[in-house]
Each structure stands twice: as structure tokens, then as C-alpha cells.
Ligand binder design. Structure first.
Ligand SMILES: [Ca+2]
Length: 218
């Protein structure tokens, strides 16, 4: 169940799966008292991460939505487009709440983005502030994903401006590409237990694997 993304719960996408139970008590007790939601952050969460969350969680509900997440990440990291935000939301959402992020997920997401930031900076070799196709290939290879050129091309075709010019990815699009490749590959590996490079999987399993990565795509 645990994954390196801080836990996304793929079984909730299985068409045959029962409905998720309705929202149940998630850690924070009485929402009306003014206790800060920091009590729900994992121990050791940096103060600036907690502050970022609280700054956008204006109603102190202990959860943030798409717009609030966009605000928090854009001021903390870099401007994020909403497509990336929607993917992040799907991958990190609280299992009991549709499309919202609680403190625990926010801390996991923030630390995950920190890792991607490090990779981005390491592989932006010409310091252009963008990742070009070769830099992307090397970055993915560097973290253990030898992605075929044809797959990379297909992936990158989503990010062009239609002019046919070479695609360059900002941090948000880079994170998106990285998470799609990493997420799908890791999901595949779960089915390919003997690391043969091929796997047999059911229709349900296939759809469950792929769908979360498509829903953010408009
Ligand atoms: Ca570059």
C-alpha cells in the first residue's frame, strides 16, 4: 500500500470496488476550536511547510483543495499549472476525502517535490531553467528509468506549443512527466514481480494503473 509517492490508493479507482467509506474522523478532532492543524503534521515537518499549508487553509478546515494547493505550491516552489496540480492532487489526495489534501499528504507532497527540484537542478545542465528532451532523458535514466525514445517523444508531444519547436519543460511540467513515468513504471513493476519486462494484468488492473495519470489531462 505504501508507495514512494506518499501513498496513493489505486484500488479506489477499480470500477468494481465498493465505494469508499464516507469521510471519517481524520485526525483533527474539534474543528471549531482554534487548535492549529499543525498537530496533524508528521513529527519533524519543517515549520515553513506547516506555515505554507496554514496560510492557504484559510477556513482552518485542515484540508486544502485544488486552488489552495496551487497557491501554496506556487509560492513555495515555482508557478504550477493547474494540470500538474490536478495530477498531484490525484496522487496525494487524502484517502477519505475526494480531491483534498490534509497535512500529512501535504508534507509528503512537499518533500517529494523537494526531491524532484534536486533532480531538476542536477539535470538542467545548461542552467536554462528548463529541461530539454535530452536533459529529461538523462534525468529519468539517472533515477533508474530507461524510457524508450518513442515513449519520451509521445510524452513530450503533450507539452509542445504546436509550432514544432523543441519542447522545454518548466519545473511543473517536468514533475508531471517524471511522476507519470515513475508512477506507471512502478505500477507495472508491481505486476512484473520477476523483472522480466513483461507482465500479465487484468482489464481492471490496467485501467486502475493508467487512469489516475490521465484524469488530470485535459
Ligand atoms: Ca536546460
Amino acid at each position: 500500500m505504501s508507495s514512494s509517492y506518499g501513498g496513493y490508493h489505486s484500488q479506489s479507482y477499480a470500477p468494481s470496488a465498493p465505494e469508499q467509506p464516507p469521510y471519517s474522523n481524520y485526525n483533527h478532532t474539534s474543528s471549531s476550536t482554534s487548535n492549529s492543524s499543525s498537530s496533524s503534521f508528521p513529527a519533524g515537518t519543517p515549520q515553513d511547510v506547516i506555515r505554507s499549508f496554514q496560510m492557504v487553509d484559510r477556513d482552518r478546515s485542515g484540508f486544502i483543495d485544488e486552488r489552495e494547493l496551487h497557491q501554496a505550491l506556487s509560492s513555495g516552489f515555482h508557478h504550477f499549472n493547474f494540470r500538474t496540480i490536478r495530477l498531484l492532487l490525484f496522487l496525494f489526495k487524502n484517502p477519505h476525502q475526494p480531491l483534498t489534501i490534509g497535512p500529512k499528504e501535504f508534507a509528503a507532497l512537499w518533500s517529494c517535490l523537494g526531491h524532484w527540484r534536486g533532480i531538476f537542478e542536477r539535470y538542467d545542465r545548461d542552467r536554462s531553467g528548463k529541461i530539454d528532451p535530452l536533459e529529461l532523458r538523462d534525468a529519468l535514466y539517472g533515477i533508474g528509468y530507461a524510457v524508450p525514445g518513442s515513449v519520451l517523444q509521445l510524452l513530450l508531444s503533450k507539452y509542445g506549443d504546436g509550432s514544432g519547436r523543441r519542447v522545454e519543460l518548466g519545473f511543473d511540467s517536468f514533475v508531471e512527466c517524471g511522476m507519470i513515468i515513475k508512477g506507471l513504471t512502478d505500477k507495472f513493476k508491481e505486476k512484473d514481480t520477476r523483472y522480466t519486462g513483461s507482465a500479465t494484468l487484468s482489464y481492471d488492473a490496467f485501467m486502475t494503473m493508467v487512469l489516475p495519470f490521465l484524469v488530470s489531462y485535459d
